[in-house]
Design a protein around this ligand. Sequence first.
Ligand code: GLA
Length: 343
Amino acid sequence: MDRVVAFGPGRVNLVGEHTDYNDGLCLAFAIDRGVTVTVERRPGETIEAVATDLGEEDHFPAAAPGPSEGWRAFVRGVVAELGASGVPVGGARIELHGDVPLGSGLSSSAALSTALCAALLGLAGRELPEDRRPIARLCSRVENAWVGAKTGLLDQMAVLCSAEGRALRLDCRDLTTELIPLELGAWRLAVADSGEQHENAASGYNDRRRECSQAAARLGVASLRDADAAAVEQLPPPWRQRARHVICDNARVDAAAAALRSGEIAALGPILDDAHRSLRDDFEISTPTVDRLAARLRSEGALGARIVGGGFGGSVLALFGPGTTLPDGCLAVTPSAQTRLLR
Ligand code: GLA
C-alpha cells in the first residue's frame, strides 16, 4: 500500500488517575474524537510531516530523526522507535488532523502516537499486533524519552484496547485488561475544557511521579500498589497525601467497575466527586480554574465532576442524569472504538 489512513481516539479516564505509574488500576474508555493520520510513501529517505490544524511542518531523515519539541517530538519519536523495533520506515509524507483539543487531558498525544504507529505499520504491510502491549510500550517510550514526560501506560493502553460501549479496566502491574459494559442509557458523561492547557512534560507531573516513588521507598514497597493504608498515614507530608490518593483511587476503580457491572450508573457520581477531592487536596494537581469549572457543572446539574488526565489544567469529566440539559461548553462522550486503520 502506498497510502494509509489511521485513526487514534482520545480517551476519558473514568477513575484511577496517577495510579498507572504506581502499578495501580484505571478505568478508562476511548472517545469518538481523536487524531487522523494519513501517510503516503514518497521516494527518497526524508519524512515530511504536516500538522494541518496548526499550519506547521517538519522535515527530517527517516533513518535518523533528531530530537524536537511539541507534536514534532511525538512524530519523530514514533518513526525512530518503530525503526529501532525493525519496522522499515522510508521516505513519506505524514499528515495529521485532530479534533481532540490539545492539552485538554483527553490524551491527544496517545491518539497521535498510536494512530501514527498503525499508519506506518500499514505502510510497511503490517497490522497492529493482536497483543497491543508492545505498541503501547513503544508509544510510552516516545513520550518518556522523546517528549520528556515520565508518564505511565494508561493513555496508550486505553486508546489501543478500548471497545465501543465498554470501559477498560486496566491493571498496570501486569497490563492485564478487562472490558466492562458501560451502558449509559439516558445518562450522559460529558467533558468540559477549562481552557487551561497542560503539558505533562512541563507541569508538575514528573514531580508527582518522583514523590510517589519516594513514598514507596519510605514504605519499603516496590510500588504504591503494595502500600499499607495504616503505614501511609504515618508518612510525613507530602508523601502521606500522595500515597493516600493512589490507594483510594485504586479502591475507587474497583467500586466504579462493580457499579458498571451491575448497571448502577448513578453510583459513579459520588465516585467522581470523591476522586476530585482527592486529586485536589491530596494529590494537588487541580487548579482554581478547574475547581471552579467542576463546581459550576455541579451547580448546573452534574451528579459528580472531577478533573481528568495528568492535571494542572485540562478538562473536567461530569455525570448527568436522564433529562438534564448539558451545561454550556460540555461535550458528551461515549465509549468508542480503539485505534484502527480506516483505509
Ligand atoms: C497522563 C499520563 C498517564 C496518566 C495520567 C494520569 O495522561 O499520560 O500516564 O498518568 O496522566 O492518570
